[in-house]
Design a protein around this ligand. Sequence first.
Ligand SMILES: *Cc1c(COP(=O)(O)O)cnc(C)c1O
Length: 437
Amino acid sequence: MEDGADEHSRIAPWAPPRARRRLAWLESALGGLDADGVAKAAGEALAGHLRRFGEDGIVLYAGTNTMSARARAACEPALASRPSMGWPGEKFQTGLEELDVLEVLAPLQVAAVMGGGFAEVRLQSATLANLACYTALARPGDTVAVLPEAAGGHASHHAQGAAGVRGLRVVDLPYDAGGFDVDHAALPGFLRAHRPALVVVGASLMLFPHDVSRIRAACDEVGALLVYDASHVAGLIAGKRFQRPLDEGAHVVTMSTYKSFGGPPGSAVVTRDEEIARRVSEAAYPGLTANYDASRLAPLAVTAAELAEDGPAYADRCLANATALAAALAGEGFAVVAAERGWTASHHVAVDAAAFGGGDEAARRLAAGGVFLSGIGLPGQAPGEPMRGLRIGTQEVTRRGLGPDAMRGIAVLARRLLIDAEDPAKVLPDAVALRRP
Ligand SMILES: *Cc1c(COP(=O)(O)O)cnc(C)c1O
């Protein structure tokens, strides 16, 4: 449908060719609408999205989730445009006593479930949470040591992202690709050589826990603070599975609130250290936000409170589904990463997709058959090689009630789409049927 379109995009004439084709097609279909036309097009897009992901699709993208019914019921978009600046009792605006309640509920619940004493919950993304840590805990020109990109080190850890925005010098931590962790033998010497202010661990692919206490011991030798980016695994941590980074010695945990945590979009920065909390709070406001979207707070508080109650059962179901899916994929003939270690200790599974043209190509083929996920770099892949892996997260299908039998069905769909190279149009109805038995 996008083929043959004029490849000139008005929105992003600099975008790569595939994006330019898609943009140009949409721009010609959607340009010049009046207000009714815009409302209609937006409404149809929303309905289509809700049908595709909410009803029909098998969503295995690792960085998303669906909120619980109670959390959804607590969402009120009107709050998003109510600026609420400063502390309850001493706000710039008047008449916000009800928002005060939300501003207390959310940090109390999030701090408690993550095992911390303080939670900064106003920042609208984990990228900003990381930037707040860089702002609070390092100065421009300081060094931050982060996981290499092929090991899932996030853009916000690297020079092209928030670390670079803060003017930090970024160095890659020594990494043990087979151990899926920092190279612990090399770490102390590396830290002595580079003397970073901050060490950041936690990645976009988290098959196994980090040895946090060992990394902390090496950080202590050089006076570095240890930041654990729990964006992907916060829901498991809340469920007291996988690992408890603050118990194990991380100074700070940053996290996305909408991935495995399963809440509204946004982030939290959690710590036990009052001085770190004070500095992060000042970085958040007045540093990086003024109005901060208070509509996130009620669903966030509800999500955290629910995880305190049923987080362990939810985490167990996510882990069981990940293991079942990994085993089934291996059984169908896929090269599942870390077979020698039982594939995964989290809700993530990674598949080596080099045989299918890499992670991006494989993800596109799966999407045509109703299965949605993404590519990812794999630890140990050659530098410059396109993303070799497919990344799978089981958190959303778990919340939607799918269990190990459905995971075996998903592995069959993936085999038909990728290994058998069956026509995706023939597979799609079976994917929809699996989602809605
Ligand atoms: C997703 C992710 C982030 C960024 O989260 P946003 O809320 O999208 O800004 C940061 N760090 C890691 C490790 C992530 O996976």
